[in-house]
Design a protein around this ligand. Structure first.
Ligand code: 0O2
Length: 201
């Protein structure tokens, strides 16, 4: 296996490649449809501390081999869009990319997690063209609306605040709020569709 430095260099290259590919796909979409569905795009390489915590949670030894085989989101990109339908438009654009290979997908919009977490995840292989060979690095793309992102940010903060056990009332209220978020996203999408029809008249 590579050294830690080599592994992180691969993650760095994969993040750069993925950012470029996603920016191109979004710009092409805007050119084609005359509409920008994207609010913002954020990318990151998972910190060593978070990677180690995740291995521990999954019951794996903290080895580089295990990082390479069991951490699927060391490189991550989050695309935040305006409306629910935009999530699926962006998913379909990414799936059509000739440069990315889809190796997994999780539709937590159709099947939210028990916590209430709603989002769409795509796992992709990103090609990296080195001097003497081409390698692939896995990355996770999270696509969600602003409302889903709002919920996930607070949930993330709560998880940090209560690393051992989240109080039951907090858990329950977050779950109830996720239902509100889901309904709000539907309402906003329908309202936006209605407004678009007015524009066309
Ligand atoms: P962080 O700090 O955001 O990076 P697998 O990929 O199948 O081996 P994993 O990684 O649990 O297992 O898969 P999954 O379900 O796709 O979750 C990966 C990431 O989704 C998480 O990464 C979070 O970013 C996000 N996520 C999943 N569930 C929740 C949730 O209940 N609340 C929030 N706020 N985010 C969630 P990390 O490494 O757990 O966290």
């Amino acid at each position: 296996m590579n050294s830690k430095e080599e592994l992180y260099l691969k993650y760095k290259f994969a993040k750069q490649m993925l950012e470029t590919e996603i920016n191109i796909l979004i710009e092409e979409f805007i050119f084609k449809y005359g509409y920008n569905p994207v609010e913002h795009v954020k990318s990151r390489i998972k910190s060593e501390e978070s990677i180690m915590k995740k291995l521990e949670k999954k019951d794996y030894d903290k080895t580089l081999d295990n990082v390479a085989s069991h951490i699927h989101d060391a490189v991550g990109v989050r695309i935040v869009v305006s409306f629910l339908s935009d999530v699926y438009d962006i998913v379909s654009v990414i799936k059509k990319s000739k440069n990315l290979i889809i190796v997994g997908q999780k539709d937590y919009i159709k099947d939210p997690k028990d916590t209430g977490y709603i989002s769409y995840h795509l796992n992709v292989l990103v090609p990296i063209y080195l001097e003497d060979k081409t390698i692939s690095v896995e990355a996770e793309i999270q696509i969600r609306t602003i409302a889903m992102d709002f919920w996930a940010s607070l949930d993330h903060k709560i998880q940090y605040k209560f690393p051992k056990e989240i109080p039951l009332d907090v858990k329950e209220r977050m779950y109830e709020n996720s239902l509100i978020i889901k309904e709000l996203d539907k309402q906003m999408m329908h309202l936006n569709d209605t407004v678009n029809k007015y524009e066309k008249q």
